[in-house]
Ligand binder design. Sequence first.
Ligand code: SER
Length: 337
Amino acid sequence: MSEKQVLVTGACGEIGQALVQELARKGGYKIVTSDLYPPPDSIKPLVAEHVAGDLVYKVKTFYDYDFDIIFHLAASLSSKAEIATEEAHRINVEGTMQLLMLAAYRSEKYKKEVKFLFPSSIAAYGVPNIEAKKQAGAVKETEWNTPHTMYGCNKLYCEKLGLYYSKYFGQKHLDEKPPAMLDFRAIRFPGLISAFTMPSGGTSDYGPEMLHAAAQGKPYACFVRADTKISFMAMPDAIKSLLILMDVPREKLSHTVYNIAAFALTAEEFRQRAINAFPDAKITYDINPRRQGIVDSWPQDVDDSLARAEWGWKADYDADRFFDDYFLPEIRKRYGK
Ligand code: SER
């Protein structure tokens, strides 16, 4: 079978590096990557070609490529996006729009299906206050679509743009089935934690930052309150979800956007688990009100029954397995503790 051509944007980020490694391990893909930066050593030997630079201006480079699958991961995350809002909008919305146009053009011109995988986020949700957050519990995809952040607004809008370009672009008769299509599929990710890379610019970053600091014996001041609870996931599960969703036959999917869940913990529960594993860990709290406001607006958990029902989603790592079978063994190897 011939190789599938894959584009991974934002390839130097956390999801990007892990995804490229897994695609290379599986085999059968010609991997083209793009990012602001040159590829790190972790993925450099695995990619056929890397295009460095601002995606909004670089998209035209890709018009001659014959991509079967696009993973559009490049984004400015929630905390960073709140500091440079217009720039975030440009990266998050304009970049996505440019790439969707390219995929729609290719699928229409060459009568070929192009799959477009998009990481959305729990930031697409927004609850008005702590009481509503408690009451909301694990939210469904259609609930509380009222984001409080630029990043969340951008993600929610791009989900809609994806649906538009895949279904309505060209305004065919509603019953007319297009011969080929841009096949847009999005996952609303919880906070992700890798044992190999560190996040930057996000607001769920206190989870991974705390754990990596504890493992290195460095003090850490957590920027949200002890009782702050959101949903988290191990990076291998995030990559697994993208690859499952990539392969699910379209007819099994009745939606374009899916929640996935693994475990929801409070900051204090993270702290206790970090101290149990690394008894010398010095973890304190120093609340950043702006970042606290962002996580307070995110649901404490998400309901992933749609993904379970339609594409058999199930996380491998609950909280115990995340620590015992993934994070702690890997991080001990990495930092030698
Ligand atoms: N991890 C992201 C952030 O904190 C949420 O998608 O911005």
